[in-house]
Design a protein around this ligand. Sequence first.
Ligand code: BES
Ligand code: MN
Ligand code: ZN
Length: 505
Amino acid sequence: MKVSVSKQGSSAVAGDLVAVVATRDEVKALAQGRSRRRRGVLTELDDALDGQLEENFRRENFQGKLFEVSVLPVFDERPFHTVLAIGWETKKSEAEYDRLNRLRKLGAMLCRHGRRLRAGRVVLNGATLSLDREGMAALQEGFILAGYRFDRYKSKRKSDEGAEADPELAIAVPGRFSEDAVAVTAALCAGTALARDLVNTPPRDCTPTHLMQTCRDLARTLGLKAEVYDRTRLKSMGANALLAVAQGSDEPPYLIKLTYRPKVRPKRVISIVGKGITFDSGGLSIKPGASMETMKYDMAGAAAVIGAMQAIGTLRPNVEVRAYIPTTENMISGSATRPGDVVTAMNGKTIEILNTDAEGRLILADALCLAERDRCDVIIDLATLTGAVVVALGPAWAGLFTEHEKLAQGILSAAERSGERFWRLPLAPEYRDLIKSSIADLKNTGGRWAGAITAALFLKEFVAETPWAHLDIAGPSFAESEDHHLKKGGVGFGVRTLVRYILDQ
Ligand code: BES
Ligand code: MN
Ligand code: ZN
């Protein structure tokens, strides 16, 4: 899915499909012939088509309501075979999130209709959209992310049939747009697509070894450093919490560390940590069948971190970025961890494992310890950690936990530009006692209430002093239905927020 930007008017850019946006007022003015004097995008196009556009609007009763669609096939000799008009709305004051998401949706529609109308190249006349840098990025994101497909497990693939070829988008805008900005957004989307692929891949294929291999491949192609701690090394490091989760699985667990180092002295060192449970059966505290159906996505945090590293390795900012990915399955067998077992994590704290289904916090505990031991300026972890955060915030919003004001604002700002929703939740000291164990330092469950908070409080025990944020992405990482730029399945949630946050440094 390619996107390019051109300074020339859309009539000078060749394409099969010419797309314009039209507001109600513009449509009205066109119908009344009033705007003939004030020449705009619509009138010019209508003139070029000898009035067919206006006639088609009238026939279809197209009013220019937001996202209303009008299609005009063009049969005479022209450099395009279709004109697509999309209803539009401009608002004086609105949240930045809403403005950008409208553009993201527009981009997604251009992709969908471009495919449907068999356009190899879609030319959008963007003159009336008054696109700034962020707006352009949102439009581009919508187009590219809507074009994402995961059909490698289908016996017949749409992409093979060529029935729905991938269109290219050319955005014609007055003024200058840097090609750089377009390349940055393309890298963000490619990282998101990689994360989606990893989440969508079935758990028999997307194993801890597969994640490790993916990281090694990235390291080789992008010049990152990959270090892999296997079972033996994890044992000697004392990463017993991770090992306790892995102990019921036949797949070998890993703690993967990927490092991107800029050529010059980095401004900051940022560590990102992603939960990589490639399948969560719950272990002996087994999940009911229905809850297990989608538990291949319990590695969405790891996927986001890997997708982000691909983008970072491509964009090469002046920041050192380290990714830590603890990865294992959470399975049952004769050797699985029992509820009631006690293990000692890497920082020496003892944990009573009362519920083997609260495994995410266990593998993250050791990964956070390692990230902090390596010393850095900021640690951000991403995890599909609790069902409780989904109960609290639903499928669209992620929970954000941090005691660092600046870090919170930095993440929220990057998220707003990325169209990703985060709501800040408290690391409530009132609930710290809920994770006290009677025989060990901590227990891994906090009881019925405030499950997302007690999970976050548990993680906090493994970060001593580094500014740290925890993102519980259990809700928005996996989409149950298609929603413009989001496809069913893996969302790649967090990649764009993470990378934008890092690029902001
Ligand atoms: N991976 C799950 C959390 C989850 C649930 C993610 C639903 C996405 C959708 C996590 O490992 C888990 O099982 N958490 C338990 C914790 C409980 C046992 C304290 C939960 O949320 O029920
Ligand atoms: Mn679990
Ligand atoms: Zn889990």
